[in-house]
Design a protein around this ligand. Structure first.
Ligand code: HEC
Ligand code: HEC
Length: 167
């Protein structure tokens, strides 16, 4: 085999077999504008499709807020979320762990309440989560400094008024 072909072959093999980190880094301008105005625009790979469908069907009462959008925007957002949802990205470590942690008959609309994400944050002191600089676990970017790059590794955590997380 010629070196170049060999190289391409190795890359494809790595790409298709290896478990990738965290969740896919995907963006959509309409999504960022509509769903990133009150909080971080959560990556679709953080919840399975049935969660996104349930969340989208209740936008007029979205955690007590009205987050409703017009029909065309609704279709665009739903497609973006469903196309990139967690169970379609089982080769990404966190998407996979989130999906696997959810029982068949359960549908979560809060990422922070899914068993995997909930468990990962159990060791954090409650007052560090409720403090005004964070407000709640929903506020991923307050602690995960690279969350916007879809990196949720604990090495990149820096909690306000506490500092870097040493496990
Ligand atoms: C008007 C403000 C507003 C808009 C717009 C909005 N949200 Fe929210 N969202 C909230 C509030 C408030 C919460 C609850 C935060 C808390 O737990 O206190 C929330 C929570 C969430 C959560 C759960 C976070 C967690 O894991 O705890 C998800 C997922 C979410 N929103 C997705 C979306 C999506 C998708 C859109 C766009 C269709 C959107 N949001 C638009 C206000 C908004
Ligand atoms: C109060 C700060 C804080 C907030 C808010 C927060 N996290 Fe975390 N997160 C942490 C800490 C600290 C750890 C490491 C915990 C440990 O190792 O015991 C962690 C761990 C994780 C992990 C596992 C990382 C690893 O290397 O094992 C994931 C995935 C994660 N968080 C995702 C999220 C998401 C998604 C959100 C928002 C819905 C969020 N976190 C909100 C502090 C936070």
């Amino acid at each position: 085999m010629k070196p170049l072909i060999l190289l391409i072959f190795i890359n494809i093999a790595l790409f298709s077999s290896g478990l990738k980190k965290d969740v896919p880094l995907v963006t959509n301008e309409i999504y960022t504008n509509e769903c990133g105005s009150c909080h971080f625009a959560y990556f679709p790979g953080l919840l399975p499709q049935n969660s996104w469908e349930k969340l989208m069907s209740g936008l007029d009462n979205h955690f007590g807020d009205d987050a409703s959008v017009d029909e065309q925007t609704f279709q665009t957002l739903s497609k973006f979320l469903n196309d990139n949802s967690a169970e379609k990205n089982m080769n990404y470590k966190r998407s996979r762990k989130i999906v696997k942690s959810i029982a068949k008959d359960e549908v979560y609309i809060a990422i922070s309440k899914t068993p995997y994400i909930h468990k990962k944050h159990k060791k954090i002191r409650k007052d560090l989560i409720t403090q005004k600089e964070v407000k709640g676990l929903f506020n991923c970017t307050a602690c995960h400094k690279s969350a916007k790059k879809a990196i949720f590794n604990d090495d990149d955590v820096n909690i306000p008024n506490y500092g870097k997380w040493e496990d």
